[in-house]
Design a protein around this ligand. Structure first.
Ligand code: TXA
Ligand code: MG
Length: 339
């Protein structure tokens, strides 16, 4: 199959909408990361997403809408708190879990009775949803286990020959997947996946926010995860990633003392000048939004260094930093060395 990379003109958006109406899968830009989109009502189209990604069948997809009127098509009950959060954070990088409507086939939710829903702010994603009139199921547009894609070229590299078209919306604004939350009957929030809508921002909107164990800890095989995606190894380059929890001087001396052992470093901007090993940078130490934009592209660049192990600097864990740490932990298979 030939994979076309298309500028999102009105004509090309109409073409992409036509592909989706036919039951095909299209790569689409969103403000978080690129998605692999198909009609959320079309079971066989959704199965093509799983095939294109090589995604485990037990990992449910997020359904994307482009107006609040579409929400009752996909969700069965809409709690008051969800309405308030939607008012505040939609369109934007927040995904809310609802009870699913009957129209959402089990393939979308991996057999769960709940469905994850997001209203993206990206104009191309919105235009495509509105053109089809369909809610679009879309996971991140990477091969399963690989870092998410934040440019059309990343999507092309992972998906060429597997999908008919990609809409090229340039680099993603945030570069990290959406925040995923679950609501309980009392309107309390459980954070399943951190993102650009931070814990601090959620706490301004609701009285109680709990961070699920799976955000910062490995979920043991055999236990039931609230968010199935947390169970899988994720975001990983082929190179072995290890996080070093250390001051900058301790990090530099540790890495440089292993300089003849095929190691590399993943550091913040400017820190590379003191390194004696190959490196990638991922934004300024005090700028988590820049780190978010660069994280996945830096993880993708790691394999080109030709080293066996890459030692990564520890990000801060407040604000958007929590999301960066969550992704980096998974890329490292939870391997953290404290110096
Ligand atoms: O920013 C994003 O969310 C991007 C863009 C394309 O919208 N999408 C994305 O999808 O990151 P994906 O499939 O890579 O991640 C979806 C996450 C997974 O961890 C999955 O397990 C979780 O959401 N999820 C989906 N449905 C769920 C449900 N019903 N209950 C709990 N977790 C769910
Ligand atoms: Mg993903």
């Amino acid at each position: 199959m030939d994979t076309k990379v298309l500028i999102p003109t009105a004509e090309n958006i109409a073409y992409a909408a036509h592909l989706i109406e036919q039951g095909d899968v299209v790569g689409i830009p969103t403000e978080t990361v690129y998605g692999l989109a198909a009609s959320a009502f079309d079971e066989s189209a959704v199965e093509k997403i799983f095939l294109a990604k090589g995604r485990p069948q037990d990992n449910p997809l997020i359904v994307h809408i482009a107006s609040l009127d579409m929400l009752p098509l996909v969700a069965a009950d809409i709690p008051e708190t969800a309405k308030q959060l939607a008012e505040r954070f939609w369109p934007g990088p927040l995904t809310i879990i609802f009870n699913k409507s009957d129209r959402i086939p089990p393939a979308v939710t991996a057999g769960l009775s709940t469905v994850a829903v997001r209203f993206p702010s990206h104009k191309v994603a919105q235009a495509l949803i509105l053109k089809t009139g369909l809610p679009l199921a879309a996971p991140s547009a990477n091969r399963s286990g690989a870092p998410s894609t934040t440019t059309a070229l990343h999507v092309y590299n992972d998906m060429k020959g597997r999908i008919p078209a990609i809409l090229d919306g340039g680099s993603c604004t945030y570069g990290l997947e959406s925040t995923v939350i679950l609501l309980n009957g009392a309107g309390d929030v459980t954070l399943l996946r951190p993102g650009a809508v931070t814990v601090e921002m959620l706490k301004e909107a609701v009285p109680h926010v709990t961070i699920d164990d799976g955000v910062l800890h490995e979920i043991k095989a055999g236990t039931q995860a609230l968010s199935p995606g947390m169970m899988h190894k994720h975001y990983s380059p082929k190179t072995n990633v290890v996080i070093l929890d250390a001051s900058l001087p301790a990090f530099l001396s540790f890495v440089n003392s292993h300089a003849d052992e095929s190691v590399g470093a993943m550091v913040f901007d400017g820190e590379e000048t003191a390194l004696k090993v190959p490196f990638v940078t991922y934004g300024a130490a005090n700028d988590p939004m820049a780190q978010a934009r660069l994280l996945f592209q830096s993880l993708r660049a790691v394999d080109a260094l030709g080293v066996q192990t890459i030692y990564a600097r520890m990000p801060r864990r407040d604000g958007v930093g929590l999301a960066i740490y969550n992704r980096l932990l998974r890329a490292a298979g939870f391997e953290v060395i404290r110096l």
